[in-house]
Design a protein around this ligand. Structure first.
Ligand code: PMP
Ligand code: GLN
Length: 388
């Protein structure tokens, strides 16, 4: 293994899902729904397979039907216009989009400023690109229900002459925070002022709750030409195994990402691309029901965790809840998560893995709520028995 990758080991998601299987625990670690997406979308995939659409290499940019559907979705939801031919690229999940964007846009020695805690592939992909990551830490604030917030002064201070790119994620995994209009405005102003590129991971765009609103960074002044936006059918339609993602952005940026992408997978998920094209055209009622359903699950898990004695941060986006285990008299999230299957028959993720400043993340533990009601009820009952 080359030196750039030795620090990364095995992803926490593989480790924790294996632990769940081995111990027969309820897996609230890795974020994947235990209910598949819409039946008609599955049928669309079967139809594509049977009719021989996508069984051979699809076009390098993705099938036209899906690129058109992605562009239509961005226009309908956000008023953003993208040319399906030059400004949309289909990828093997958001994971490949992240990798290809960073490999395409980061030069060795460039600094990449990212919000910490961050999704684990960010650090590995910045490293593979030869870049240096510069974390800006989100910290808990007590206003409006405890939530993690970005310190804008710290963000500004993190930008140097070597900064090439801001790597943003909203709604934010693992904290459940959604960046506000004020925060996004400040990020956009900084990017314009310092002439930075922005890669924004918006895979949880349809999972926002309460009064939170998902605002795409590309819609802010001066951002369209410098922003690569990433979406995922895994998250939006609950088909994480299909690995269909996409990138939207200005033609030069999308061409750059495609240059890297064509040597990673070239193409992927042929028949599923046709099905996702149909999914993106579902009426607003699908997206609203998906959101409301996930919000009820959030409430169930948040209440259950609080009853068990966890300090629960307010989640207004994604399908994750971050907790603070110090309220249980614990301080080491790693040790806590390793012992949790034995103590409670539940698996969770130690947020410390998403930090460079490990000590900052030590007491935080993430639980996923994209699970059936009875599973969440069982899990919270187990936690209550173990801790309350
Ligand atoms: N970005 C974030 C923030 C995620 O949480 C995930 C999935 N856990 C991904 C990207 C990867 O998405 P995909 O499964 O489409 O590769
Ligand atoms: N994105 C999911 C999570 O954050 C898992 C993705 C993965 O297994 N790599 O839990």
């Amino acid at each position: 293994l080359n030196r750039r990758l030795t620090e990364f080991g095995t992803t926490i998601f593989a480790e924790m899902s294996a632990l769940a299987l081995r111990t027969g625990s309820i897996n609230l670690g890795q974020g994947f729904p235990d209910t598949d997406g819409p039946e008609e979308v599955r049928e669309a995939a079967v139809r594509a397979l049977r009719e021989g659409r996508g069984n051979q290499y699809p076009p390098g940019s993705g099938v036209p039907e899906l690129r058109i559907a992605v562009a239509a979705h961005q226009r309908r939801r956000y008023g953003l216009s993208y040319d399906p031919d030059t400004e949309v690229l289909v990828t093997a999940g958001a994971t490949e989009a992240i990798a290809a964007a960073l490999l395409a846009l980061v030069e060795p020695g460039d600094e990449v400023v990212a919000l910490e805690p961050y999704y684990d592939s960010y650090a590995a992909c910045v490293a593979m690109a030869g870049g240096t990551r510069v974390p800006v830490t989100l910290r808990p604030h007590l206003d409006g229900g405890a939530a993690f917030r970005l310190d804008l002064d710290e963000l500004r201070a993190a930008v140097t002459d070597r900064t090439r790119l801001l790597l943003i994620n909203t709604p934010h995994n693992p904290t459940g925070t959604v960046l506000t209009r004020a925060e996004l405005t400040a990020i956009a102003e900084l990017a314009v002022e310092r002439d930075l590129l922005v890669v924004t991971d918006e895979v949880y765009e349809h999972l926002v709750f309460d009064d939170a609103e998902h605002l795409p960074l590309a819609a802010f002044p001066g951002m369209r030409e410098r922003t690569v936006t990433i979406g995922s059918a895994g998250k939006t339609f609950s088909f994480t195994g299909w690995k269909v993602g996409w990138v939207t952005g200005a033609p030069d940026l999308v061409a750059a990402v495609r240059s890297a992408k064509q040597y990673l997978t070239y193409v992927a998920s042929g028949p599923f691309q046709y099905a996702v094209a149909e999914a993106l055209a579902l009426p607003d009622s699908y997206f609203e029901a998906f959101r409301a359903n996930m919000m009820a699950k959030r409430d169930l898990l948040a209440t259950g965790l609080a009853d068990a004695g966890f300090e629960v941060f307010r989640t207004v986006g994604t399908y994750f809840i971050t907790t603070d285990i110090r309220s249980l008299g614990e301080s080491d999230g790693f040790a806590f998560c390793r012992a949790l299957p034995e103590r409670a028959g539940v698996v969770a993720i130690p947020n410390a893995v998403f930090y460079d400043h490990r000590e900052e993340g030590a007491p935080f533990v993430r639980f996923a709520f994209c699970k059936r009601t009875e599973v969440l009820t069982d899990a919270t009952e187990r936690l209550r028995k173990a801790f309350a």
